[in-house]
Design a protein around this ligand. Structure first.
Ligand SMILES: Cc1ncc(C[n+]2csc(CCOP(=O)(O)OP(=O)(O)O)c2C)c(N)n1
Length: 211
C-alpha cells in the first residue's frame, strides 16, 4: 500500500467541507465489522445522525479521549478495523495519543479529525489550527507516516477506502465549516456502553440492553 505522503494536499489547499456530509460518506462505506468511536459533542452528534450502528460508540463528556478509547478497542480486537473521530480542539488536548498509536504501529486503527479551527460547541473560541497549527504535520512528526489532508470529498472517500482496505495506522484530516451537526445524540451513557459492547460481541460480561 502506497504511503499517503505523496497525495496529501496542504492544509491551506484543502477544501472546506461539511462534517455531516463527510460522516455520512464514511458510514455509507461501513458494514457490521468496523467500530467507530466518535469524540465529544458535534463529532458524535453527526455520527448519531448518520445512522445508528451498534458498533458506534458515542463518547460523552470526556474531551480528547476518543482516540485513546479507540486505541484500546483496536488493541482488544485486532481483527476489527477501528475508526476514531475527533474534533481539532479535542485532538490538540491529547496529542500524545498520536505518538502512542505510532509506537504501537496499530495497523487496524484509522483516525479522522474534523478541523474547523474552533471549539464550536462551546461557543466558537479559536483553536490553534486557526493560526496555522497543522495536524497532519503533527501526526507525521508523531510517527504516523500515513497522514493526509483530504483535498475534497472525493479524496476523503479515497482515503477512507484505503484505510478500510489496508493496514494503518491511518490519519485523515478534513477541514470543515461551522455548520451545526445534523442531530443530537441521546445522552444515555449506560445504554451507549451496553449497545457498543454487544455490537462488538463483548457482551458476556455485561447485561443485555432492555427492549
Ligand atoms: C477536559 C474538558 N475541558 C473542556 C470541556 C468543555 N468542552 C466540551 S466540548 C469542547 C470543544 C470541543 O472542540 P472540538 O473537539 O474542536 O469540537 P467542535 O466543538 O469544534 O466540534 C469543550 C471545550 C470538556 N468537556 N472537558
Amino acid at each position: 500500500m502506497a504511503s499517503l505522503m505523496a497525495d496529501s494536499a496542504s492544509r491551506a489547499a484543502a477544501k472546506i467541507m461539511n462534517r455531516s456530509d463527510l460522516t455520512r460518506r464514511l458510514v455509507a462505506k461501513l458494514g457490521a465489522a468496523e467500530a467507530v468511536i466518535a469524540g465529544i459533542g458535534n463529532c458524535n452528534f453527526d455520527l448519531w445522525a448518520s445512522g445508528q450502528r451498534p458498533q458506534n460508540f458515542y463518547m460523552l463528556g470526556s474531551m480528547g479521549l476518543a482516540l485513546p478509547i479507540a486505541l484500546g478497542v483496536a488493541l482488544a480486537q485486532p481483527q476489527r478495523k477501528v475508526f476514531a473521530l475527533e474534533g481539532d480542539g479535542s485532538l490538540l488536548m491529547q496529542l500524545g495519543a498520536l505518538g502512542t498509536v505510532a509506537a504501537a504501529s496499530q495497523r487496524n486503527l484509522a483516525i479522522i479529525v474534523w478541523d474547523n479551527g474552533i471549539y464550536q460547541i462551546t461557543g466558537g473560541q479559536k483553536t490553534l489550527t486557526s493560526s496555522g497549527t497543522d495536524l497532519v504535520a503533527i501526526a507525521r512528526g508523531a510517527g504516523l507516516a500515513n497522514s493526509a489532508w483530504a483535498s475534497d470529498e472525493e479524496h476523503f472517500e479515497t482515503l477512507v477506502n484505503r484505510a478500510l482496505a489496508g493496514d494503518g495506522p491511518w490519519f485523515i484530516a478534513a477541514r470543515i465549516d461551522g455548520e451545526k451537526p445534523a442531530g443530537t445524540t441521546e445522552r444515555d451513557a449506560a445504554k451507549i456502553r451496553l449497545q457498543f459492547m454487544q455490537g462488538l460481541g463483548a457482551s458476556a460480561a455485561v447485561q443485555k440492553v432492555p427492549g
